[in-house]
Design a protein around this ligand. Sequence first.
Ligand code: SF4
Length: 235
Amino acid sequence: MNTVKAIELFNSWQGEGQNLGKFITFLRFKACKLPFHKTLCPFCDTRLKMKMNTEFEVTKEQLLSALNSTNYSLCITGGEPGLYLNQIKEILDNFKLNHLEIETNGLNLRQLGDMLISYKEKHPDCYISINLSPKFWDESSLVNYIDLLDKIKMQIVNLINVKLVVSIENKELTDKFLMIMRKNELHIKYSNKIFLMPMGTNMSQIMENSSACIDLAAKYFLNITARIHILYNFI
Ligand code: SF4
């Protein structure tokens, strides 16, 4: 395997989303870029790690050893995995996984999706989820994300789970996003695949934003996800 550089490799439980509670190997890339904004998210909870942690070379043996303890379950996160397509391909070419999650803001989603479709063809038993978390804080990026979700091919849609981070501040914009999804009948394509998660890096922020999250989940019949790594205090 050629060099794969990352800032973290560790085993833990998936803290959020549709596979919450699953024991899994996490591989974290360093840098992030958003598809529809020039700046990074103002509420980013990994900004410090991205800035402070030094990249190191992950060897095949290191990754194998971590995966051996999680029944070959891998979550590639960031930063933004869409910036690291060559490195992801390197991993996919060298490992037969049982479970694969990729956490992305949607950067290079089509290329990422095509790569995962090929992997699924080679390894049909592997569960794959693209955990897509749209990051919008203005009308134009919101519309761009709707367009992306609308136009992406069905084979990729089948791999996507959408996670929306909700706060008191962005409730109105998220409501608008969900309303447009419903208007464009996208909620049918993505039904049961949308998870609302309260924003927050500590218990009190999560509790503060949870009512906004619950209101929208009730209004649009959507799933809620917690952040159990914060609630239970593990990494
Ligand atoms: S997409 Fe995620 S990692 Fe990137 S800036 Fe936003 S919150 Fe941070």
